[in-house]
Ligand binder design. Sequence first.
Ligand code: NAD
Length: 560
Amino acid sequence: MTLKRYEIDKLEHKIIHVKKRGLDLIRDPMLNKGSAFSEKEREEFNLYGLVPPHVSTFEEQIKRVTENYRRKDTDIGKYIFLEALHDRNEILYYALLLRNLEELTPIIYTPTVGMACQQYGHLFRRTRGMYISSKAKGDFKKRIYNWPEDEIDVIVVTDGSRILGLGDLGTSGIGIPIGKLSLYVACAGIYPSKKLPVIIDVGTDNEKLLKDPLYLGEKRHRIKGEEFYEVIDEFIVAAHERWPNALIQFEDFTNDHAFPLLKKYREKLLCFNDDIQGTGGVALAGLLAALRITKGKLCDQRIIFLGAGSAAVGIADMIVAGMVEEGLSRQEAQKKFWFLDSKGLVTTTRGDKLAEHKIPYAREEKFIKSLLDVVKTVKPTSLIGVSKQPGAFSEKIVREMKKYVDIPIIFALSNPTSKSECTPTQAYEWTEGNVVYASGSPFDPVKYKGKTYATGQGNNMYIFPGVGLGAVACKATKITDSMFYTAAKTLAKLVSKEDLQKGRVYPDLKGIREISAHIAASVCDVAYSEGFAWEKRPDNILEFVKSKMFQPVYLPYKPV
Ligand code: NAD
C-alpha cells in the first residue's frame, strides 16, 4: 500500500461559536489565532488595537515559528520554545509539529523531554495537566472536577517513578504525559481539549530532587505497598467516574507496579500500558515486516531477549499472541523464547525467586550465564535487546548468530542512542550486510559496500496513537492484546517493498496520520467483531475514524 501524506490544509465547513472577547480570546491557547485573526473577527471580537495591523496567513505564521524554532541552538531551548507555542496557540503548535514530525519528535519526546523533566522545577513556566498529590487522598473525587473540560478522550498518567531510562523524577515526570499526548494529537488527531496529562505525586526517592529548593513535587519519600495502590485506585475511580469513556494510558511506572496495575484494571476499564503493550505492538510489527525479508514464519522463530523487564515481556506477550493466531498453543509459543536478565538466562533452576512477570518465560533447562553461550545453544533467528546495556551485542555474539541463520534479525531497542546494544553500522559490518536491524532510538542511514541502508526505528508512536483513536472512536470498553496484535499486523502491512529493500521495517513517519487511521480502523474492527464497542458499526470504518480526527487549521469564529 502506498501512503500519501495526510491532507492537513483542508478547511472543513465548520464554524466555532465563541463567547470570549479581546485579550481573553487572545490568551486562550485553544482559540488564539494571534496575528491571523481576520478583519471580520477583529471587528466582532473587539480585537482592533490588540494585534498587529497585518492579517497573517496561516502559512506566514508557520514560516515565522519555523524560523524562530530553527534559530534556537540548543535542544532544551527548542523544547522551551515549542512548549511556549503550545501554551499560546495550540493550532499553530500542532500544525508545526505535524509538518515537521521527524525533526520535532526528538525534542517534544525522547531524548530531549527527558532533559526537560530533569530540569522541570527550574524551567517551569506554566502549569499543564493535573497534579494529584497523594497527600490529598480522600479528596480526589472533588479535585478531579477542577479540570475545566467535561469531555476527555485520553488520559496519560504516570507516577514519575521510571522516566525513560532516567529513573525516579517524581512530579518532574509530568513532561512525559504531556509529550505523549502531543503525539496523540499530531499523529492520530485526538482533539487537544480532550486530552489530559496527569502526574500522581506519591513522593520521590530521588535524593537530588528532595534537596533541590526548586523541585515542585511533594518533598517526601515514595509511599509504598498498599498505600500506593490505594492512591492510584482513588485516582482511577475518580477519573473513570467523571469521564467513563476516557482511555487511561499508564506510562513510565516501575515494572513492579506496571504489571500489577495493568492486570488490575485491564478488564474493568479502557486502559493499557504503553511501555508493555505499545512496545510489544511496535516490536511485533517490526518482526512481522522483517519476516517479509527473511521469508520466515512467526511460529518458527527462536527469539533471545537480552533484558527481562516491561519492554521484553510486553514484546514477548505480543509475539505469543501472534504465534497463537498462527496455530500454536500459548505454552508452545512461550517455549520459543529465551530471556536473559542481569544474572543470565532466566530459568526455574537457577535458585533465585523470579519476579512474577518473568515466570511464564522461565526455561526449565540448565542455567547459562553468558549471552554468547545462550546464542551457541539456542541458535536464535532473532535477538532483541531491551537491557539498557550498550555494546552488549558484541562482534563475537553477532558473528556466532550469523553462523546458524542466513539473515539474523537484530533489534537493539534500548534507549537512548548511547544505550543501544549495537549500532546499525556494526550489525551490517559483522554480518556482511545480511541482517535485518532495527533500533529503539534514531540512527543515521548506514553505508555498507556501496549500498545505503535506512535504519528502522521501533518507535511506539507508530502504534499507541492509532490504538487510542480507534478505541475512543468506537467507544470500546476495553483494550485487548488482540487489538495490539491487529495494530501490529496493520503497521507491518504498511511497510512498502521499497522500505524493505532499504532495510527499513517501519514505514516513513511522514505518513503517520494515514498509518494511525489504518491502525485505528483495524482496532475498531476488533472491538466491533468481539462485541465491546458502544458506537454503532459504520459502513466504512476507515472513513469513520478519519472523520473523527482533529485537523490543525483555523476555523472561522462567530460571536455568541
Ligand atoms: P526495565 O528496567 O523494566 O528492564 C530492564 C531489564 O534489563 C531488566 O530485566 C534487567 O534485569 C535487565 N538487565 C540489566 N542489566 C542487564 C545485563 N547486564 N544483561 C542482561 N539484562 C540486563 O526497562 P524496560 O522498560 O524493559 O526498558 C528496557 C529498555 O528498552 C530501555 O532502554 C527502554 O528505553 C527500551 N525501550 C524501547 C522501546 C522501543 O524501542 N519502542 C520501548 C520501550 C522500552
